[in-house]
Design a protein around this ligand. Structure first.
Ligand code: FES
Length: 174
């Protein structure tokens, strides 16, 4: 004589309980996997970076006056499995002693901002800015993101940072 119950013999309450238990176990496994993958892949890539530190842009005398100049700055990161450098673009504008540095990352979705004859434009969705980085139109929620800079001797340095995309206020991305 056997005591095993078939599916048809399980009560609806018991079936519901088993369904909820399986759902709970599945979401537990998903959470543990997500936290583990994030801990070992994403978090190290965002740590130990020189983002927010002073980085060389170049000699100030090599920046022509009154015309935006695109420059690369090196962002270095310790990923946990090695240190690597990547380049980020900035726009530098020099008017006499006054220097302005903008991130070339579009505040909408991060495409690279290009120069036009009288300002800047994003080729992805057509956002436009004046020569001073003021928002003129398109889906960008704000003006171009200005970066802190300083001059040490002849050398222009910038504090490269990432900012949140798609929000009206300039806010550092954490
Ligand atoms: S990414 Fe620049 S306008 Fe959309």
């Amino acid at each position: 004589m056997t005591t095993e119950m078939t599916d048809e013999e399980l009560s609806p309450d018991r079936r519901r309980f088993l369904g909820a238990l399986i759902g709970l176990i599945s979401s537990g496994i998903t959470t543990v996997l997500g936290v583990t993958i994030g801990r070992y892949t994403i978090a190290p890539a965002l740590s130990n970076t020189n983002v927010g530190e002073w980085t060389d842009v170049g000699l100030l005398e090599e920046i022509p006056e009154g015309k935006p100049v695109k420059r690369n700055v090196v962002v270095s990161q310790d990923s946990g499995w090695g240190r690597f450098n990547s380049q980020r673009l900035v726009w530098v504008i020099r008017k006499g002693e006054q220097v302005t540095v903008f991130s070339a990352a579009c505040p909408h979705l991060g495409c690279t901002i290009n120069e036009t004859s009288n300002g800047f434009i994003c080729p992805c969705h057509g956002s436009a800015w004046s020569a001073d980085g003021e928002r003129l139109g398109g889906p960008t929620p704000r003006g171009m993101d200005m970066l802190d800079h300083r001059v040490e001797g002849d050398l222009l340095k910038v504090k490269y940072q990432y900012f949140k995309q798609g929000v009206a206020e300039k806010e550092e991305a954490g």
